[in-house]
Design a protein around this ligand. Sequence first.
Ligand code: TLP
Length: 362
Amino acid sequence: MTENPNPPIDLRSDTVTRPTQAMRQAMAAAEVGDDVYGEDPTIRKLEWRAAEIFGKESAIFVPSGVMGNTIAIKLHTQHGEEIVCEAHAHVLDWELSMSAWFSGVFARPVEAPDGVLRWQNIRPAVRTASPHNARTSLICVENTHNMAGGIVTPLAVAEEIYGEAQARGLKVHLDGARVFHAATFLRQPVAAIARYADTVMFCLSKGLGAPVGSLLVGSAEDITRAHAYRKRLGGGMRQAGVLAAAGLIALEQMSLRLQEDHSDAQAFADAITEIPGIRITHEVQTNIVIFDVTQTAFSSSTISSRLRAMGVLLNGIDEQRMRAVTHFDVSREQCLAAAAALRRAVSATDSQPAPQLGFTQL
Ligand code: TLP
């Protein structure tokens, strides 16, 4: 099969990256075994390195971020309890109500308009068990916050949440799908962020370029228990060292180049900021730019289909807002070309019918 000589500029997500040559070679050469028996040396190495880098006792490799979050929520809660998360958190809006389905918990959302969940927002939502209330057992933090345009939680905010949670016997789980982006922005090692959470889920396949996989890191006891939940969810994989081999490159090498993606996102944001009707919703700190198109003449789905016709893939979150995510498969020039295409898409006067979407497009 030959590569498409003119592939579209794909800013839909940083999940769209394809494995590098180095990853493909490492995958072909990977030493493997049956991981359900704990016998895959490459998986073991990845888990060991992940735990070490995050400053935790142990780690477990899972196929997806959703599975990592699901297992973490199950670990820290009992059926019927409550968890607190930001009102637009991935665990709430984008995981098919998995916390309810698998763990039987009620997610109590807390609005943080700037995307940074703070203890002062969380505190009123925390409940103790009473004849009328179910107990809160877990706080879920998302860093970077996807739907807040990749906003980073400051370390002092994370520290306060963790301190207050510990004082009340609450657990903290970090959805760190893009925690390396947060670490890059903060100029800190990921361990400095992970110390303020009991468990952290991070993705190898978002921005770090691995084809598949996420890790959940935490205490040895929690990760031992996590194995049973992973198996129940169908995530017990066999010779998955072929995936872990790519994951090791993602973890060790690709995590070092994220500033490039952040600079590209900033360049894209700078280029679209003057387009009439476009309003960027959050400060651009990492690799995500969310912008509101309400003041243009078009809905996000119309803009999206116009962009597609110009070779740019960039989708709506809803009819008003769109999201661009930079990654190593798009260059600075392509980001600027996408911005120029967006300018044309929203200034075009022909009326092309919008596709009917029962959202979501992402
Ligand atoms: N996010 C995807 C979509 O699901 C929206 C994306 O394109 O950004 N936590 C966060 C913060 C995420 O952004 C994602 C994926 C996940 C968890 C889930 O990871 P996967 O897709 O591996 O299950």
